[in-house]
Design a protein around this ligand. Structure first.
Ligand SMILES: [Ca+2]
Ligand SMILES: [Ca+2]
Length: 208
């Protein structure tokens, strides 16, 4: 799941949408529809038609002047494609996505202090649990860990260099550490190694 190229432009679009909301709200142009809390009178929502096709596609949920969450329907099919969550300091905390494009969140990206994506979490079973985490450095995937069988324990580890898969290790016996792994060379040919005793020392599976 190499999302990095897909995620960066989406982040930029969301930032642009938010700026548009905030700027236009001052003038209350017809494209931005503010919704106020009927009891407190606080601003709760800014609805925005970002591409001018007459359909609302951006919803900025507010706590007064603070942005709490922005939801965006980027392709105009009426389903939200992106959920952008803000911290109290108005920095983006995480951005949610729908890997199946059906309006349900199942992946979240987190930015590092350098502004690039540091981590992407996935919930492929959509059960409220994150079961795969990808780690990035300087925009490149470096490693990933995954609970492939849903028992809440990591059983697969992937190591990358410059986004190329170097090693994938598996815990096939549920002992909590990998017992076999595939090591790839520069031509993506893999060799299987095993660590039957759990000492952390892997040997070729073809040796007796
Ligand atoms: Ca959509
Ligand atoms: Ca597992």
């Amino acid at each position: 799941m190499r999302l990095i190229h897909a995620l960066v432009p989406i982040l930029v679009v969301a930032q642009a949408s938010m700026s548009a909301c905030v700027t236009k709200n001052d003038a209350l142009t017809p494209q931005v529809e503010p919704v106020y809390d009927t009891t407190t009178g606080k601003l709760r929502l800014l609805q925005y038609d970002s591409n001018g096709d007459g359909k609302i596609d951006t919803w900025s949920y507010m706590n007064g002047s603070q942005v709490v969450r922005i939801e965006v329907d980027r392709d105009g099919d009426g389903r939200v494609d992106q959920w952008q969550y803000y911290e109290g300091s108005q920095k983006v905390q995480k951005v949610g996505f729908s890997m199946r494009g059906d309006g349900k969140e199942d992946a979240w990206s987190y930015l590092g202090s350098d502004g690039t994506i540091a981590r992407v979490e996935f919930s492929p079973r959509r059960d409220g649990k994150v079961s795969r985490i990808e780690h990035y450095e300087n925009g490149a995937l470096t490693r990933a860990e995954e609970d492939t069988d849903g028992d809440d324990r990591i059983d697969k580890w992937e190591t990358y260099r410059e986004s190329r898969l170097l090693v994938v290790a598996y815990d096939t016996t549920h002992r909590g550490s990998p017992d076999r792994r595939i090591v790839y060379d520069a031509d993506a040919n893999g060799r299987v190694e095993v660590d039957l005793k759990g000492t952390g020392h892997f040997v070729s599976s073809y040796l007796p």
